[in-house]
Design a protein around this ligand. Structure first.
Ligand code: DON
Length: 304
């Protein structure tokens, strides 16, 4: 039997003493305040056994990890119609690049780059009465945890410096691929990205993606087909222009955020989240990626 706890303890002790930690994101000023010495990891297996090490219960800004959760909610609400407005191809570009969006007439390459997630936000706004609250409630229900909340300071901070997202939203609007106001959509998007969660809460939120759409409490959030599709998107697009490297080194579907979090999962087996605020040159958590490579190597468990 695999001793997950022993493996996580080894990974955490390596990461907590690492000297090359990567660089904290500063383009959202509020994120630059985070302590770069943090490291947390939490794993839940298919029998709901939990293993953790380091700062696994500390809250951090989940940023782009939220794009998977908003996508899940939007797919439940509008089904296949979503794909008329967003494609499902990897971009091979950084998360905030705009050139493909212009070349492809306002249809974002996939829902996990910023432009795609902004279209998903627009879809949620059109289909929910109180979008921010209903999205927050969706995440609270997925995790069975009502303490989860937005970080208003982070949302405000991103709004003040969100020039590229304003550019993306305006470009989408010019192509008719945004139905609501740019301000309304970005207000929602900045709030969704500001969600504060811990590694342990993230593994609960992503449990349905490794468990055929069913959360730990037994409620079904996604169909099996939707779960398959979201995992395919995480594998091919979850790490932007480093998706190939993540598949190559780690071999799991996953999603990163510029707050330094990563969630990854092995369908039917386990869901794991890491947090290490320092990012590599591609904007993904440096130590988080290294930790997950060690996990799939030590356990010999990946999708490949
Ligand atoms: O839109 C942004 O730039 C941020 N709210 C999220 C970016 C992000 O997390 C990219 N992920 N690695």
């Amino acid at each position: 039997m695999i001793d997950y706890q022993e493996i996580l303890d080894g990974i955490a002790s390596n990461c907590l003493t690492a000297t090359e930690k990567g660089k904290i994101a500063t383009y959202i000023p509020e994120l630059s305040k985070v302590d770069d010495s943090k490291f947390g990891i939490h794993l839940v297996d298919n029998s709901k056994n939990n293993y953790s090490a380091g700062d696994s219960d500390e809250l951090f800004s989940i940023q782009s990890i939220s794009k998977v959760l908003s996508l899940g909610q939007a797919m439940s609400l509008v089904g296949e119609d979503l794909w008329k407005r967003v494609d499902v191809e990897p971009s091979g570009d950084p998360f905030n690049h705009l050139s493909l969006l212009e070349m492809e007439n306002g249809i974002p390459r996939n829902p996990l780059i910023n432009a795609g997630a902004i279209v998903v936000a627009d879809i949620l706004i059109s289909n929910l009465e109180n979008p921010k609250l209903e999205f927050l409630n969706y995440v609270r229900e997925l995790t069975n945890d009502n303490s989860i909340n937005f970080d208003i300071e982070v949302a405000k901070s991103e709004k003040e410096t969100g020039y590229r997202n304003y550019a993306a939203a305006n470009l989408l609007k010019s192509y008719g691929n945004l139905k609501n106001d740019v301000e309304t959509v970005l207000d929602f998007y900045f709030h969704q990205c500001s969600l504060k969660m811990s590694c342990s809460q993230l593994t609960k939120a992503f449990y349905p993606f490794m468990n055929k759409g069913v959360c730990q409490q037994g409620k079904t959030f996604l169909t099996v087909r939707q779960e398959k599709r979201i995992n395919a998107l995480m594998l091919t697009c979850g790490f932007y222009d480093e998706a190939g490297e993540f598949a190559f080194e780690v071999g799991l579907p996953g999603k990163s955020g510029v707050g330094g979090g990563i969630v990854a999962l092995l369908p039917g087996k386990y869901c794991v989240a890491t947090w290490a605020p320092g990012l590599n040159a591609k904007g993904n958590s440096k130590l988080g990626m290294e930790a997950l490579e060690k996990l799939t190597t030590a356990t010999a468990q990946s999708i490949f």
